[in-house]
Design a protein around this ligand. Structure first.
Ligand code: 7ML
Ligand code: ZN
Length: 879
């Protein structure tokens, strides 16, 4: 496999503009699964035309060159140089037309980048640098041009032929062949090119934009999936309407296509008017997809649609600016989901995800700022940092400027940069200029990696009736950066009385101010706030709505946490208080266990949970979030040296204690929620199922649970309930689990997406036997090492979501996993690199495990011909 063979480091500071404009690109594909012929014709024009003849540099990878013509002259060996992935054409005149012909081999392409085969149809993935696997071209996002694409193929094998933009013409050819041509009027970078060719079925609808443009919406899927597109279509229409209502942005073409494929490296791709999706984010029916899947589909459909403006109309100057489109588009999809569902629940899910996935990245060998300064393989930088932390930073602009200030900034950004490839600095400048403000200090968020730690201390002076709050921020050094500076932190807070009432907040020296929740802007390493007229020692409600992506240290007493859990009006603070209380309880027991003491149940925790569960008014989905214990990785992050087995045992102990202590309450909730009503897709129905199933998971720790789960499986009319019950049975090692699994297998054996769930349930089971189970399951006919969804479901889940299995003290999990990375590397280096990242945090474990993980990393790194993708990850981990 040829990668960035040189393993060169690419630096942001070395950016230079491309010296040529490409006026137009004409592509002709003669489609075949084994071999496809690609003819390209591109018009080059020097940006500086008194320069005289100049070299044209193009990118290409794995291309079989047939011919090159410059201004209709066939080029010979002396006219060009091929060096690795670069083709240099010597001394081209200021206006030059280049014609190329290459052969490519889609069926042999297992990396799923460029043109490849999925089932019976062909499709492309070009972001970030896949277009170079299709034809020679300046494959960089700042080279934008218009495309005319003609696709020619056998008519029965490839009846559907799609590319970007509008269909302009079609016709039949001899030998049962046909052709279709497409024109995209919007200049675009090569990474947004797409084609699809095959026998696909179609679901069609339409959307009328605010200005009256009727847009035809087409979802193409394999015929057996036609009955699973309704939710995706509804989500698309909602996204189109939402972007008009909230951002005043309309769609700009007459067609919008979505294609679902089972073979995809990522979630989805925003190719102009021809989005390609992992089928997991399109296909859903109540009996095949869970509520989480439904929400994922809505979010990802929204995400790709929103890219049409934030990514496509305005794109990135270079790949270092990836967060310009991704952070912003994730922020937009988060807001979309928040407006469609429950804002509070969505917010909590986003915060949990950031803490579980991004904080560890900042704290490991891959730490990088949201706008990295260097990379070896850009595919390794599609990270939680660029996406999720990037979105959190966009959210801070929104918090600082308010909705209307933020929208003014967006308006100016589009007015200035529509049709351009720009940088994060351009976005920041638009926000500044539209709001007549300076964000100079705020800009540090783009260049500094690491999660800031904010330590909060306080002092109440009863005689002066003042309350002093001191915030100290510091960012620990990261693997990529030693020096850190203070950052701008929007800091929203309230102060509560012991009875839970919010106090009016008046800072020293301020005239009367009745507001009880305030936004302060922290800029310095240490900042002090003195509040006056405070009648009692208050309970601080800090960083409301998680107003900055930081770790907050404040030594809350149990009593204070209980007050926040009971009374705070901010859903994040309430949830976070419950998480803190649970985490403290679990970590305490983990310590007792390590000290050889018996674990004890914390009665205050039981009482706090009783309070939460007794709240009749609360949104059931919020209750479910509040009583979900922090997961093992989050707990591991709170320890100096991770005690894998201790965390697992302590968490189980607390769960069981809560289950036994509150059994009637869980049972009553369960009975009330398990009302036998037919499945509904509404937000309320989903919220009720989430609470029902978390109650079931507790009840499974008691005598009554097994029977409830078994009957839930029997009467379930939806995948959410079915899966929750089977997972529960597996988790408690019930004798019913095997029956449930084999029934499930028999029913869904031919359904690849549903079988992913079957693999996940087994790979996630805690304990030492799972590694053997996972190894056996690799032989199952539904498994394929070439399919990324299968690899993620079985191998990824085992390594990343099964701590007691992966971190088995004898190293069996590590060895198994390293073997898989090595096996995957020549097949699909992007996926192999994602899997290799499971070892990233090896230094946080005990000596025995450290030695074992390091040895596996070294074994991987010593493999001959290892891809650049995996090399970068493993080398950083070992550094
Ligand atoms: C994030 C995507 C990629 C990689 C999709 C691929 C994308 C690049 C693509 C949030 C929601 C849905 C998908 C993704 C994601 C990693 C994550 N441009 O649109 O960003
Ligand atoms: Zn994206």
């Amino acid at each position: 496999m040829k990668q960035n063979e040189a393993g060169d480091v690419i630096y942001r500071k070395n950016y230079t503009a491309y010296p040529w404009n490409v006026k137009h690109l004409d592509l002709h594909f003669d489609i075949g699964a084994e071999t496809t012929t690609v003819h390209a014709q591109m018009e080059f024009q020097q940006k500086n035309d008194d320069h005289g003849p100049q070299d044209i540099v193009l990118n290409g990878s794995d291309l079989q060159l047939v011919s090159l013509k410059l201004n209709d002259r066939i080029l010979g060996k002396d006219d060009y140089i091929v060096d690795g992935e670069q083709l240099t054409i010597r001394d081209a005149p200021a206006k030059s037309v280049l014609k190329t012909e290459v052969l490519i081999h889609p069926a042999a392409n297992t990396a799923l980048e460029g043109l490849y085969l999925s089932g019976e149809f062909l499709l492309t993935q070009c972001e970030a640098q896949g277009f170079r696997k299709i034809t020679w071209f300046p494959d960089r996002p700042d080279v934008m041009t218009t495309y005319r694409v003609t696709l020619e193929a056998d008519k029965s094998e490839f009846p559907v032929l799609l590319s970007n933009g509008n269909e302009t013409n079609r016709g039949d050819l001899p030998d049962q062949r046909h052709w279709v041509s497409w024109e995209d009027p919007f200049p675009k970078p090569a990474y947004l090119f797409a084609l699809v060719a095959g026998d696909l079925a179609l679901v069609q609808d339409h959307f009328t934009t605010r200005s009256g443009r009727v847009v035809t919406l087409k979802i193409y899927v394999e015929a057996e999936n036609l009955d699973r597109c309704e939710h995706a279509m509804e989500s698309l229409i909602n996204a189109m309407r939402w972007d008009e209502d909230r951002f005043d942005l309309e769609y700009d073409l007459d067609v919008y296509h979505i294609i679902a494929t089972n073979d995809f490296n990522m979630g989805a791709m925003e190719n102009k008017s021809l989005n390609i999706f992992n089928s997991k984010y399109v296909l859903a029916r109540p009996d095949t997809a869970t509520d989480v899947d439904y929400q994922g589909i809505e979010g990802v459909i929204g995400h790709e649609y929103f890219h049409n403006w934030t990514g496509n109309r305005v794109t990135c100057q270079d790949w270092f600016q990836l967060t310009l489109k991704e952070g912003l588009t994730v922020f937009r999809d988060e807001e979309f989901s928040a407006d469609m569902q429950s804002r509070a629940v969505k917010r909590i899910q986003v915060i949990r995800d950031l803490r579980i996935r991004q904080f560890p990245e900042d704290d490991g060998p891959m730490a990088h700022p949201i706008r990295p300064d260097q990379y070896v393989e850009i595919n390794n930088f599609y990270t939680a940092t660029v996406y999720q932390k990037g979105a959190a930073i966009i959210r801070m602009y929104h918090t600082l400027l308010g909705e209307s200030g933020f929208q003014k900034g967006m308006k100016l950004y589009f007015a200035r940069h529509d049709g351009q490839a720009v940088s994060c600095d351009d976005f920041l400048a638009a926000m500044e200029d539209a709001n007549n403000t300076s964000l100079e200090r705020f800009a540090r968020w783009y260049s500094q990696s690491g999660t800031p730690q904010v330590t909060v201390t306080d002092h109440y002076d009863a005689t002066a009736r003042t309350y002093t709050l001191t915030l100290e921020q510091s960012t620990p050094r990261t693997s990529d950066q030693l020096e850190k500076q203070p950052l701008v932190l929007p800091f929203e807070l309230a102060l509560l009385t012991a009875a839970g009432d919010e106090l009016p907040l008046q800072l020293e020296g301020e005239a009367g101010n009745a507001a009880t929740s305030r936004l302060l802007i922290v800029e310095d390493a240490r900042q002090e706030y003195i509040f006056t007229n405070i009648p009692e020692a208050p309970v601080p409600s800090l960083f409301r709505d998680f107003s900055a992506p930081v770790k907050i240290y404040y030594d809350y007493s149990k009593q204070q946490l209980a007050t926040l859990i009971k009374h705070d009006s901010d859903a994040y603070v309430r949830w976070d208080a419950a998480q803190r209380m649970s985490a403290n309880a679990i970590l305490e027991q983990c310590q007792r266990r390590a000290d050889g003491l018996v674990m004890q149940l914390d009665a205050d925790l039981v009482e706090a949970f009783r309070g939460v569960l007794s709240d009749q008014q609360a949104d059931p989905a919020l209750l479910a979030e509040a009583i979900t214990l922090p997961d093992e990785d989050y707990l591991a992050d709170q320890m100096k040296v991770v005690d894998v087995d201790g965390i697992h045992a302590a968490r189980l102990f607390i769960r069981k204690g809560l289950a036994v202590g509150l059994e009637t309450l869980f049972a009553d909730h369960y009975a009330g929620l398990n009302d036998g009503a037919a499945y509904q897709k509404s937000a309320l129905a989903m919220a009720r199922r989430s609470l029902k199933n978390i109650c079931l998971s507790y009840l499974l720790e008691t005598e009554s649970g097994e029977a409830l789960a078994t009957s839930q499986i029997q009467f379930s009319d939806n995948m959410t309930d079915t899966l929750a019950a089977i997972r529960g049975l597996i988790f408690i090692d019930s004798t019913q689990a095997d029956t449930a699994l084999s029934d499930f297998e028999r029913k869904w054996i031919d359904d690849t997406l549903v079988m992913d769930k079957w693999f996940i349930m087994q790979a996630i089971k805690p304990g030492l036997n799972t590694v053997n189970k996972v190894r056996d399951l690799m032989q199952h006919p539904a498994f394929s090492i070439k399919n990324p969804n299968k690899v993620r479901a079985l191998i990824g889940v085992f390594a990343m979501l099964n701590p007691t299995g992966f971190h088995a003290a004898d190293g069996s999990g590590y060895k198994f996993h390293a073997d898989r990375v090595i096996e995957l590397d020549p097949i699909n280096p992007q996926i192999a690199a994602r899997m290799a990242a499971a070892f990233n945090r090896w230094k946080r474990y005990d000596e025995g495990r450290k030695v074992l993980m390091k040895a596996e990393l070294q074994r991987i790194s010593s493999v001959a011909m290892l891809s650049g993708d995996v090399t970068e990850i493993v080398a950083k981990a070992l550094r």
